[in-house]
Design a protein. Sequence first.
Length: 226
Amino acid sequence: MNRMKTKANSVMKLYKFRALTNEQDLERLKGILETGKFWCSTFSELNDPMEGVYHFLDYTQEESELVDLIYKTKQSYKICSFSAEGAFSDPLMWGYYANGFRGVAIEIEINSDEVNEINYMKKIPSFAGLNPQEEAKKILTTKLSPWTHECEFRFLRQSKENKIKIGTITALYYGEPYGNTDNVRDIVENSHILREYQEIKKEILKFSNKFNVRPVKIEKCKVIKK
């Protein structure tokens, strides 16, 4: 199964990880599947402490207005992050963003020109303020190299709305912790966290069919079609 296969070299598949730890998480997932809308944040609300940081070349007091313009432009963008194939197959990503396989990865199809691939660099990028509008976007699509494993693509839109329809949802991959072990029943029975997740998972299978989204089980990043 090639999840990064393109159609007419313009459509790509990307993934959004979501944890499912409680009813609130479940309701939010239902909302995404029902509307196709994802929550988008400003750069300062994201989890990278160096998000949006850059060096201004030859900064003087006269350039302060340019710095302010770049900041306001960055702040005007709403951002939603997705991951490509490399991250989808990485158990670390399922551990970080899908609560240790107790969660899902939402697969979308989207035109490649609607998202921006992150440029990973060893050092904080430098800009001179020659084109503040364009440089603000470059800053928001540049991250330090320790984040490379996320294989991130970003949806960027200048909007006052936080919930925005993005691409087309095509599948829902759900984690199955210890699903490939001989004593999985004993493990689940003796873990209230896993028992709760099993109940949530039953709801996932019900409403994924309701919204015509194909559910797919994941065991150690091995795809098992349902």
